[in-house]
Design a protein around this ligand. Sequence first.
Ligand code: NAP
Length: 269
Amino acid sequence: MAHLNSQDFRARYGPWALVAGASEGLGAEFAGQLAARGLNLVLIARREDVLEAVRARLQSDYAIEVRVLALDLAREDLAAVVEQAVGDLEIGLLVYNAALSMIGPYFAVSLEDHLRELAVNCRAPMTLAYTLGLSMLKRKRGGILLMSSLGGAQGSALLVNYTATKAYNRLLAEGLWDELREQGIDVLTCCPPAVSTPGYLASAPRGPMAALTPAVVVSAALAALPGGPVLIPGWTYRLANFLMQRILPRKTTIKLMGRVTRKMYQQPS
Ligand SMILES: NC(=O)c1ccc[n+]([C@@H]2O[C@H](COP(=O)([O-])OP(=O)(O)OC[C@H]3O[C@@H](n4cnc5c(N)ncnc54)[C@H](OP(=O)(O)O)[C@@H]3O)[C@@H](O)[C@H]2O)c1
């Protein structure tokens, strides 16, 4: 699929895009790169003041409209609340970026936190892909981009539930891509390795490993959206993923991931 210029991108995925998890990191970068393509934006996150700062910056840099929606994506009435707030807009692109990442041994994390992780990482993207996707289907036009992770290709110690939620996003996007590809709706799941976002940098007490920048990941994802369904940014990571998924025995792959996460997150005893 040829690279879309801003005008074609806007015609295909505009006039509004909704970015869930837009206050910082990859989400704020998605908002910036979509604004640069001339799309109006609905920005969702919990911290209203931070979202307002993103809105102010984007509206001073670009001639676009921005609507801010401060809410917790884990809330059970998400579909109704979002419909009420943005039902009047033609949203042609959903970027579901928010995620909760509970780090630690499975039984050291409370059941309540595991369930919250499921709500933010699985129930919310499924809900928004359904409600916003239904309107796209009626218009026979649009795009859905779900953030997964390279970590979602296999289970991992210390990130047990998180990696499972990321696998869910990948499979949700793959199935949707096949159902919607003849309907004018593009679906992509982006599976990055470590990315130098504030959330990632704060989460690794023993120092983060090499990471891509949000700008690189977001430009690759937006360029890959028309083609779908899966993007792993960076050829070295595609190669590593190939080796881990196709060559190594499954047990070795899982243990390798566990070694990496233990090295990053486990305090030396
Ligand atoms: N960074 C990495 O190394 C990496 C690697 C692979 C995959 N990914 C994936 O990439 C995506 C973004 O990662 P990131 O590092 O940019 O994340 P992040 O820095 O933790 O930011 C997440 C965004 O989501 C919002 N958010 C979190 N929980 C929310 C909730 N319950 N309700 C509403 N908004 C919420 C946060 O804003 P508020 O705090 O204001 O709500 C923030 O804007 C995630 O899906 C992650 O799984 C990241």
